[in-house]
Design a protein around this ligand. Structure first.
Ligand SMILES: C[S@@+](CC[C@H](N)C(=O)[O-])C[C@H]1O[C@@H](n2cnc3c(N)ncnc32)[C@H](O)[C@@H]1O
Length: 279
C-alpha cells in the first residue's frame, strides 16, 4: 500500500452513506444461492465503508465482521444498521487482520475495496482464515465499461480539474492511488482462490441535482478534505449545481450502474472461468 488507508476518504463518510447506490437485490440473492447462506455462516466484509454489503448480507448469515480503516465510515455504517445485531464493526485494514481476532470465515466480501489492498499478500492471508469451501467475493463498479459512465461525467470532470487539478489524487498525496496494470481477475487466478466466476449486472437509478453534487464528496479523489476548506467545497458545489441545472433543467437524471462480481474459490477440478452475463 502506498497510502495511509485511514486518510483516503476523509470527510466522505456521510456523503458515502447517503449517496452511494449500494448493490441490487440480485447480487445478494446470488450470494445466498451460491453459498447456501442459511443463517449459520460467518462473513468478513473488508473495506466495508458504510455497510453497503455488510448490512444486507447480515440478514442471511450468523455473523458479519465489518472492517474498515476509516472510523467515520464505521460510525455511519453503525447508524445505517440500527436494529441489526449480528454485525461487529471493527477498525482495521487489510494488513491488520491478525490483530482483529477473527474466527474462521465462510465468505470474505470486498465491495470496491480490493484495489486499495496489497492483493497477493491479502489473498495469501485469507487462505489461512477461510474455511475449505469458502470464497472471496470481489465487487467492482466495472468502470472500464463506457456504458457505465455517468451522463454528467464531463461536467464534473471539468470542475474537478479546475478545483483539484487534473491528476488523480488519493488520500493526501497524488501517489495515494496507483492503478495497477494487473487486473483483479489475474491476481485472483494466481492466488489460492484461483477458480473465478465473473458476472456482471446492470441497473439504473434516478438522481436529483443535490444527490449528484453530494456523490462527488464520497469519492477518495474528491472528498471534502481534498478541497482544503469548507469555502472551496461550497464553491465547487455551487458551480456544479449551476452547471448541472443548466443541462438538466427538470432537476433529475438517470444514472446507469454496473457491477462486476468475481466469486473466487479454491480449485476443484475445473479451470478458471469467465462467465459474463449481458448487462
Ligand atoms: C469505495 S469504499 C467501498 C465501501 C463499500 N464496501 C462499498 O461497497 O460501497 C472503499 C473502502 O475501503 C476502505 N479501505 C481503504 N484501504 C483499505 C485497506 N487497505 N483495507 C481495507 N479497507 C480499506 C476505505 O476506507 C473505504 O471505506
Amino acid at each position: 500500500m502506498q497510502h495511509k488507508s485511514d486518510e483516503l476518504f476523509q470527510g466522505a463518510a456521510p456523503y458515502y452513506a447517503r449517496h452511494r447506490p449500494g448493490y441490487p437485490p440480485e447480487f445478494f440473492s446470488e450470494l445466498r444461492r451460491r453459498f447456501d447462506l442459511d443463517g449459520t455462516q460467518t462473513v468478513l466484509d473488508l473495506g466495508c465503508g458504510t455497510g453497503q454489503i455488510a448490512i444486507p448480507v447480515a440478514a442471511a448469515v450468523a455473523r458479519v465482521f465489518a472492517v474498515d480503516p476509516d472510523p467515520d465510515m464505521l460510525v455511519e455504517g453503525k447508524r445505517s444498521a440500527a436494529g441489526t445485531t449480528n454485525i461487529e464493526w471493527l477498525r482495521g485494514d487489510s494488513s491488520q487482520l491478525a490483530s482483529l481476532n477473527l474466527p474462521p470465515l465462510d465468505l470474505v466480501t470486498m465491495g470496491k475495496s480490493f484495489h486499495w489492498t496489497d492483493r497477493p499478500a491479502l489473498l495469501t492471508e485469507l487462505d489461512t482464515r477461510i474455511r475449505p469451501h469458502g470464497a472471496v467475493v470481489v465487487v467492482t463498479a466495472a468502470l472500464h465499461d463506457a456504458a457505465t459512465v455517468a451522463p454528467w461525467d464531463d461536467i464534473v470532470r471539468t470542475l474537478r480539474d479546475k478545483y483539484l487539478g487534473a491528476r488523480r489524487r488519493g488520500g493526501s498525496t497524488y501517489r495515494g492511488y496507483q492503478h495497477s496494470e494487473e487486473t483483479h481477475l489475474d491476481v485472483l487466478a494466481r492466488s489460492p482462490f484461483c477458480e473465478v466466476d465473473v458476472t456482471r449486472s446492470g441497473w439504473s437509478i434516478e438522481r436529483d441535482i443535490d444527490a449528484i453534487v453530494g456523490l462527488q464528496f464520497s469519492f477518495s479523489y474528491s472528498n471534502p478534505a481534498q478541497f482544503g476548506s469548507d469555502e472551496r467545497c461550497a464553491a465547487f458545489a455551487d458551480e456544479l449545481r449551476e452547471a448541472l441545472l443548466d443541462r438538466y433543467p427538470n432537476g433529475t437524471v438517470t444514472e446507469p450502474l454496473t457491477i462486476e462480481t468475481l466469486i473466487a474459490t479454491r480449485p476443484t477440478s475445473r479451470t478458471t472461468t469467465r462467465s459474463a452475463t449481458p448487462v
